[in-house]
Design a protein around this ligand. Structure first.
Ligand code: CO
Length: 154
């Protein structure tokens, strides 16, 4: 495994729509392993492939309950609303309030190409939306209705 460089805001790669994964080979597994290691090293709760310069529909999340690997994820249902502060490993030191669904259901594939479903509320719901947005070239600062001064955060 290896750490990858995290692309920072201002880079075009963060604004591009990613392509679906069609080949579930060892190259994909190395990418997933590297993304998890890179996310953990940076103390993040999620990381999407474009953040390491790869325009494929791949993301990893760990909100404290163990890693989730998402390939070609699709949000299949949303319910309710929440508005919380988000950040992003590609936007160090920037935080902002984003409106998200309170609950989301996602269908994705695992690293072997097998479909699975994941449901999230609270932080996991936000992370699922945030990472899937990345795969469509959308970053949280596009959606934030209010940016937060980190000095005033508790
Ligand atoms: Co992000």
């Amino acid at each position: 495994m290896a750490l990858r460089n995290i692309v920072k805001f201002g880079e075009d790669v963060l604004k591009k729509k990613c392509r679906e994964v069609t080949v579930f080979d060892d190259k994909l597994w190395v990418l997933l392993d590297d993304m998890l290691e890179t996310m953990n090293e940076a103390n993040g709760v999620g990381l999407a492939a474009p953040q390491v310069g790869i325009l494929r529909r791949v993301a990893v999340i760990d909100v404290g309950d163990g890693p989730i690997e998402l390939i070609n994820p699709v949000i299949t249902s949303v319910k309710g609303k929440q508005r919380e502060v988000e950040g992003c490993l590609s936007f160090p030191g920037q935080w902002g309030y984003v409106n998200r669904p309170a609950k989301v259901k996602v269908t994705a594939m695992n690293r072997y190409g097998k479909e699975f479903k994941v449901e999230g509320t609270e932080l996991l719901a936000r992370a699922l939306c945030h990472e899937i947005d990345h795969l469509n070239g959308v970053v949280f600062t596009d959606l934030a209705d209010e940016m937060v001064d980190p000095e005033t955060m508790e």
